[in-house]
Design a protein around this ligand. Sequence first.
Ligand code: COI
Length: 358
Amino acid sequence: MVPTITVEPTKTTSKVEFPDSLGFGKIFTDRMFSQRFCPAKGWYDAKIGPYQQISLDPATTVFHNGQMIFDGTKAYRRKDGDINLFRPELNVERFNLSAQRMGMPEVNPQSHLNAIRELVRLEEQWVPNMEGTALYIRPTMISVEKTLEVRASKEYLHFIILTPVAPYFADGFSPVSVLVSDNYVRAVPGGTGQAKTPGNYAGSIAATEVALKKGYQQVLWLDGVERKYIDEVGAMNIAFVLNGNEIVTPSLTGAILHGVTRKSLLDLAPQLGYPITERRIGIDEIIEGLSSGTVTEIFGMGTGAVIAPVGQLSYKNQAILVRDGKPGPIATRLYKELTSLQRGLTEDTNNWTQIIKI
Ligand code: COI
C-alpha cells in the first residue's frame, strides 16, 4: 500500500529570486519530505513540511557507523512552463540498490516517486529556467537508532530536499581538468563503490584536495585491484571518444556508480550515430591514444555534472591537454541533445521524461 503524504502548513517565500550564480547545493527550498522507519510499523509518518534542521542524539548510529545513502535527480523547467522529471524511476532503483548494500530498508518505489512529484509540485516556483539550470532533488536516508553497536540500525529517517542548481562545474559547459590518482583508490569490486553512500565521497576528499592544490578540479579513479583500469571521476562517470566517432565507457564492475546520465547516453549516442561500448579501459591505452591521436575526446557525465568535457588529464606527473583544452564536437552534441530533451525542447521518443503540469 502506498501511504498518503500529510502536507503540513509551511511559511513559504512569496516570490523566489534566484542569484546570478546558483552554484550547486547552496540554497534550499521552503519544504522537505520526510518519513520514518521502524520494524514494527515499516515506513510511517510520511509528510511534507517546512525545511528544517534535524536534531539527533550524539550516539545516533549514523554518526558512528555511517549507515547513510543519498541520490540525485533533477526537475527541469519546460518552455511551456510545466516541469519535467528525467527518469526518476532509475534514481529510486539506485537508491534501493544503495540501501541493500548498506543493510538499510528499501523504500516503496511508488511512494518515493509520489513524494518527489508532490514536493516538486508544491515547490514549483523554485524550478529555475535559465539555460543549464534545474531543481536538484536530493533523496537521503540515515540510520537514527541510538546505539554504538556495529549492526544494522532498527530506525531510519528518509528525507528529500530540493536545491536550484547550475551544472556542478561552475563554468557550465567548459572543460574540466582531471588528475589521475595513482596513490589512493576509491573502491573495489564487492565494496561499496556502486552504492551512493557518503563514505565513498569522504574517502575521496584527501585525493581531491591534492588535485585542487595542483590546479586540477577532479580526481580520476583507477580500479582498486590492479590500478590499471579506469573506474570513474569524483562527481561523474567517464567516457572516451576514439577516432572521432566511437565512444567507450568503463563497464560496471561493482565499483562504479550506475549513472543515470551514463545509462541514458548508452541509448542516446547510438540513436545519434555514435556507437558506444562498455568495457575495461586501461589508463595506458588512453595515455597512448592521446599522444597518437586515437583518443579524440574525453567527457564526464552525471546528474550534477550533466556532460562535462575534460580538457586536461594528468597521470604520473605528465600533464596532457585534450583537444587543446577545448570541448569536442561529440560531447557538445550530446550535451545539447540531452539537455534539450530534459527541458522538453525536443521530442522525447524514448519516453524518458515525466511531466508535472503546473
Ligand atoms: C549527482 O550527480 O547527482 C551526484 O550526486 C554527484 C555529486 C557529487 C554532485
